[in-house]
Design a protein around this ligand. Structure first.
Ligand SMILES: C[S@@+](CC[C@H](N)C(=O)[O-])C[C@H]1O[C@@H](n2cnc3c(N)ncnc32)[C@H](O)[C@@H]1O
Length: 288
């Protein structure tokens, strides 16, 4: 179990979809090969939200392999796909080892693989993929890990799409005096080991873009910031709680001050006076 709550992943899915840089896909779509399904590998898929965003936008025939270490999330995935498909009027057929999702403009074959990506990439089936993708993953991984992944993708001639990598910018409206020190602590917590070695945290977009260029990829980089409105109280509550926990963990001596900040933020939220934006970036690595 990786500790990512399926309820949290469900909560963030709408904010993610609103934030993502749709224009990146137009660039990729022009390049698809004739006829054959696009073969896509999704890393750290959670319950598959990256597929739900991408599949209808990519269009055509697609064969997806969705990977995660967390069996509980992978077990939730078929239900998440079923409710998404039925809400959109797509047809879903569940076979013994895969799911087929069909709509007028796309058709996906979806299989899953449980794999611990932190244990190295030897077991990761990159070869034969046209596109390797991940959303909300890169801040967890380390510089050597991303270097190894990009090298493996280059060897396989796969393109890369990394969505929603946190870049350390958080802005509150209205601001409070302790916002900055708390987010500074959160960003230090982001750099601690999440199983892959020292985590990239907010440096993930910069380090990954640099690595892609060194491996000969053409890199397109776009902001994909969350803009969370005052009525999105559940999502804000979840975020504020996570930030307060992370900040107190980094500076136990400041826990009381952090808790007071958390209480003031919740107070603004309950009054309908809280908007938050969170800096993210989307990266596309193209092979010309
Ligand atoms: C922030 S969630 C993002 C999930 C999904 N991509 C999304 O956008 O909703 C991070 C994901 O990384 C997965 N993860 C964490 N450590 C992992 C590891 N060592 N190997 C594979 N997956 C891992 C978690 O289980 C979780 O699903």
């Amino acid at each position: 179990v990786s500790g990512f709550d399926p309820a949290w992943l469900a909560l963030r899915e709408a904010a993610d979809a609103r934030a993502r840089a749709a224009t990146l896909l137009e660039t990729r779509l022009a390049r698809r090969r004739d006829g054959a399904p696009l073969r896509i590998l999704d890393l750290a898929t959670g319950t598959g939200s990256n597929l739900r965003y991408l599949a209808p936008r990519i269009g055509g025939r697609q064969a997806w392999l969705l990977t995660d270490v967390d069996r509980r999330l992978l077990d939730t995935l078929p239900d998440a796909m079923r409710s998404w498909a039925s809400s959109r009027g797509y047809r879903l057929d569940r076979g013994a080892a895969s799911i087929a999702i069909a709509a007028s403009h796309f058709h996906c074959e979806v299989a899953t693989l449980r794999i611990d990506l932190a244990q190295g990439l030897a077991r990761l089936p990159v070869r034969g993929r046209d596109l390797v993708t991940a959303s909300a993953l890169l801040d967890l991984v380390s510089a050597p890990w991303i270097a190894a992944l990009v090298a493996a993708c280059r060897a396989a001639r796969a393109e890369l799409l990394f969505a929603l990598s946190y870049d350390g910018r958080v802005a509150f409206e209205p601001p409070l005096a302790d916002d900055r020190p708390v987010i500074r602590l959160v960003n230090r917590h982001q750099r601690t080991d999440k199983g892959f070695g020292p985590a990239l945290g907010p440096t993930a977009p910069e380090v990954t873009a640099d690595r892609l260029r060194r491996e000969g990829y053409r890199v397109l980089r776009r902001a994909s910031d969350w803009r969370i409105e005052s009525d999105e109280t559940e999502l804000q509550g979840y975020l504020l709680r996570g930030w307060a926990q992370a900040a107190s963990e980094m500076a136990p001596a400041a826990a009381e001050r952090v808790n007071a900040w958390h209480a003031r933020r919740l107070d603004r939220l309950s009054q309908g006076l809280s908007r938050i934006s969170v800096g993210h970036q989307d990266l596309l690595g193209l092979r010309d």
